[in-house]
Design a protein around this ligand. Structure first.
Ligand code: BGC
Length: 922
């Protein structure tokens, strides 16, 4: 076959060598070239960005033996193979990600074009990838020319707690003329507050909630937009609408608990700063920067607050304000503000975008003039209103996650989040409007004040999220579990919103660290969260307390002491570890390392004889039902887990001494832990589900007692009717621990449980999302406003952490080393399910695993991406009873039989698709 291909090549060489390559169907294909995890990112400030790609290739056992990356200063040069910036040459390596740029120093405000090709196992070269690019942002302080400008709206706040202060948005504009041919134009912009950039009447870019949330005292991110196509010769107008956002608006529960400060955590007035840089065809450069030659004003947006909502008075629109030929003589000279302390950096994460549009599935009128629209699922986002009516008509939108028994929306659980949008009509035909600077967590939109009778067309739902949840699929023979999977994704989407928030609806929406660390690995299965979580770790690092603990949430705007808690603060170690494990990312580990060391020291100082007590804010196994695990137990076990992960991360960074130090620390903690908490009969002294789950999963059990501990956990679950008594911490670990010790059947029973407390209970109660509490709602207690008013979110991803078990065990996809190069396929095949299938798009490409019973046989279908290997665990000991395709596996050359150990047979396979039939599975 190879010879035939080679021959084809020689013949075609007469026509041209590249044609020869295309004809060669066997060479690998390079797809999805990425820089710093992004597709064609604009405005990086990482001086040595990292490259990655994915490979496709027919057949089996395909690998990359070498790669070549070329980088050029123009598209043309790149296509002519003039790599004037960097040519890696042919690098003998099977690495396809985390490849560090090694060319000449990268220059501010410059675009770079790149491509990559690879050689396969027979040294056959691929065609080049599609050309890709990235651009560098403004790398030096001296590059910035703008002032922070805003508009004075006065300040009129009488009372801190009992009335809201919601100032209007500010509008800024600058008209300028361009008289030469433009080659390239770029905008570099940011705001203290939130901003929307406008050019000649249109919004620039697709992202919302710019520039993102950071500890603005430490750093502020800016965005880079290629605006070459937005400009024209003659008059142009750049504009910005700015609002309070996280910088000056209400944040979290401050109002609820009456903190000293309830808003303005970083500053009082929002301001905008930026510049556009125009490169003309003749080589000259012009910069238009924010300064006092701009004009400022108020406009139609009368109130704009992330959690309180937005009010828009269309009668006050300055029609055409962001387009040429507008008379701005009545506008003011902008006010200049200062940004004295922090750094200015390129945004590293993934920004909030409109990821889905929803049409209502129903409209009801629970009381005269009150209309309720059902969007079909519980999302984070906004509603767009379409209305026609007399000038001055005031239409109000309120938002709810569930309905009360009388059909009205339930808003008690929003606590102090007003979550109300208002639109005042200008009265000229059909008007459509959606807010810019607020968002809500909701399934239902209540419309009041509507002129006439609305229709289903009146409301459109816009789902907003920083991520796409497109990395995974899951299907099983249990419809409830399939709905559960959908609900997990919906809730992840709703809460991966600039930061991983606890919930999107009430007066909270904070980056709670406990929730994030519990859900971290689950998150990676559903979505590529590498950049998103990298950005969050910068927030977490910035928020680390001076004494070493990581706080309860990040960013941390409040000035409260002792804001840390066991299992929450550990996010500072657990999240970096998972980024390393899933994406093979050591750079983020390096970045966090100093802080993590400080955190370990803090824990050591707080410990007595290697036992870290509970301490700080003690939530323990938060929202557990019927059983309580002591906070000291939680503290001690997470300390052990941290030590174990630190040892692995130190090793990954080549810090061998540290690796030994932390490995020893782990042993010491374990010994102390065993002495205090594990009895000779294998029970924990706490004897709660959570206590077993944590100790078993964290490897804190002595080897000779672990089986007994696992048996006790299984027994307790069984005695409890295959139901949980766990909260945030236990729930994630119970099934992971059970499956680790061979109790898959019990895990499946919990997984399929529908009685309270269980996931099935929420699905059977009609939920489209994951609830904060096991008992957030029952059909009978929709009126239970007491529970609802306190703390009851219907969009809380923490209990969605079962996704980790679903993929690692039910579907059976995991990674042995960092970054899914050595994959583990070990599905929990059980009579409890007829079939399960799932897939996960890893950093190396798509992995899938499906199994089903066919009579007494099990069929398994597996897909392994190019350039990776997998160990496949098949639950039968008879090698002769496993067939692949129609052949005995011993006759399939691409399969290596590693062992058959009395319980299972372990095979090694390379890339490709495989179809197994297995007899004798019990
Ligand atoms: C949040 C939780 C968080 C908790 C701490 C709550 O208000 O919603 O998800 O982890 O506080 O106990």
């Amino acid at each position: 076959m190879k010879n035939r291909l080679a021959l084809l090549c020689i013949t075609l060489l007469i026509v041209g060598s590249s044609y020869c390559q295309n004809e060669d169907s066997k060479s690998l294909t390079v797809l999805e070239p990425r820089v710093e995890y992004h597709e064609n990112p604009e405005g990086l400030d990482v001086r040595q960005p990292r490259f990655s790609w994915i490979l496709k290739g027919e057949g089996r056992n395909r690998v990359q033996s070498a790669y070549q990356i070329t980088v050029a200063s123009s598209k043309e040069k790149l296509s002519q193979d003039q790599a004037d910036i960097w040519d890696s040459g042919k690098v003998v390596s099977n690495q396809t990600n985390q490849i560090v740029y090694q060319g000449i120093p990268l220059v501010s405000a410059t675009k770079y074009y790149w491509k990559v090709r690879v050689w396969d196992e027979s040294d056959m070269v691929s065609t080049w990838s599609n050309p890709a690019y990235w651009s560098m942002g403004l790398l030096k302080f001296a590059n910035w020319q703008g002032l922070f400008i805003g508009h004075d709206v006065g300040y009129n706040k009488a009372d801190k707690y009992d009335s809201l202060y919601l100032p209007p948005a500010r509008y800024l504009r600058k008209s300028f003329s361009l008289n030469k041919k433009i080659k390239k134009a770029t905008a570099y912009t940011t705001a203290l507050g939130l901003y929307e950039l406008r050019l000649n009447g249109n919004k620039v870019g697709e992202a919302n909630f710019l520039p993102g949330w950071t500890d603005y005292n430490k750093r502020l991110y800016y965005q880079t937009f290629d605006i070459t196509n937005n400009l024209r010769e003659g008059e142009n107008v750049i504009g910005a609408v700015i609002a309070d956002g996280w910088y000056a608006g209400y944040i979290g529960y401050a109002l609820l608990v009456r903190l000293d400060r309830v808003r303005e955590f970083y500053g009082v007035n929002p301001s905008f700063m930026g510049q556009i840089q125009i490169e003309y065809e003749d080589g000259s450069i012009e910069t238009i920067a924010s300064d006092q030659t701009w004009k400022s004003n108020e406009g139609a947006i009368r109130e704009a607050d992330i959690i309180m909502g937005e009010t828009y008075d269309a009668r006050l629109e300055n029609a055409g304000w962001d387009t040429p030929n507008y008379d701005d003589s009545q506008w003011k000279k902008p006010k200049v503000y200062t940004y004295p302390n922090g750094k200015l950096e390129a945004y590293p994460g993934t920004q909030v975008k409109n990821t889905e549009i929803l049409k209502p599935i129903a409209m009801t009128e629970p009381s005269p003039g009150t209309y309720v629209f059902n969007l079909g699922k519980n999302i984070a986002g906004i509603a767009e209103l379409k209305v026609q009516g007399p000038k001055g008509t005031k239409v109000q939108l309120r938002f709810g996650e569930i309905l009360k028994n009388d059909g009205q929306i339930q808003t008690e659980n929003l606590r102090k989040a007003r979550a109300t949008d208002t639109y005042i009509l200008k009265g000229d035909g059909v008007e459509t409007w959606k807010p810019k600077f607020t968002y809500h967590g909701f399934q239902y939109v209540e419309v009041t004040g509507f002129p006439g009778k609305p229709t289903l067309e009146t409301i459109t739902g816009h789902v907003l999220s920083s991520i796409e949840t497109d990395a995974s699929t899951f299907g099983s023979s249990n419809a409830m579990n399939n709905t559960l999977f959908k609900n997990i994704k919906t809730t992840q989407s709703a809460n991966f919103f600039e930061i991983p928030t606890d919930c999107p609806q009430r007066d909270e929406r904070l980056g709670w660290t406990g929730d994030a660390e519990i859900y971290m690995r689950s998150a990676t299965y559903n979505s590529d969260v590498a950049a998103f979580m990298t950005k969050f770790l910068v927030d977490l690092d910035d928020a680390q307390r001076w004494y070493g603990a990581y706080p309860n949430f990040a960013p941390f705007p409040y000035s409260r002491p002792n804001q840390y808690a066991p299992a929450w603060m550990d996010a500072g170690v657990i999240i970096p570890y998972n980024l390393y494990k899933v994406y093979n990312d050591t750079r983020i580990v390096e970045y966090m390392y100093k802080g993590m060391e400080k955190f370990m020291q803090f824990q050591e100082d707080a410990s007595t004889d290697y036992l870290r007590p509970g301490g700080g804010n003690n939530w323990g196994d938060w929202l557990a039902v019927n059983e309580e695990t002591s906070h000291d137990y939680v503290g001690a076990s997470f300390y052990g887990y941290d030590a174990k992960l630190m040892a692995k991360m130190a090793e990954a960074l080549g810090k061998t001494e540290d690796a030994t130090k932390y490995a020893n620390l782990f042993e010491n903690i374990k010994n102390a832990f065993v002495q205090k908490y594990i009895l000779d009969n294998g029970r924990t002294i706490e004897d709660t589900q959570t206590s077993y789950a944590l100790a078993l999963y964290f490897d804190l059990y002595p080897n000779d007692l672990a089986e007994k501990g696992a048996a006790r956990l299984a027994e307790k679950i069984e005695k409890n009717g295959f139901k949980f008594s766990t909260g945030f911490l236990g729930t994630k670990h119970v099934m992971l621990a059970l499956s680790k010790y061979g109790y898959d059947d019990i895990s499946y029973k919990i997984f399929q449980q529908t009685e309270y407390p269980s996931w099935g209970y929420s699905v059977e109660n009609g939920s489209t999302s994951i609830w904060e509490r096991w008992n957030s709602y029952t059909k009978d207690d929709a009126e239970n406003s007491d529970l609802n008013a306190k703390m009851n979110s219907f969009s809380h991803y923490a209990f969605g952490s079962v996704a980790e078990w679903m993929f690692q065990h039910a579907v059976g996809i995991d990674t042995e080393d960092a970054g899914y190069r050595n994959i583990i396929i070990k599905p929990a095949i059980s009579k409890e399910m007829d079939y399960i299938n799932g897939s996960y798009k890893s950093i190396n490409g798509n992995i899938s695993s499906a199994w089903n019973w066919k009579g007494r046989e099990v069929q398994m279908k597996i897909e392994i991406p190019v350039n990776t290997k997998a160990k496949v665990y098949i639950p039968t000991v008879e090698i002769s009873s496993i067939k692949e395709g129609n052949k005995a596996i011993s006759k399939v050359p691409s399969i290596t039989i590693l062992e058959s150990n009395g319980e299972e047979t372990i095979l090694e396979i390379g890339s490709g698709t495989y179809s197994f039939r297995v007899k004798g599975v019990k």
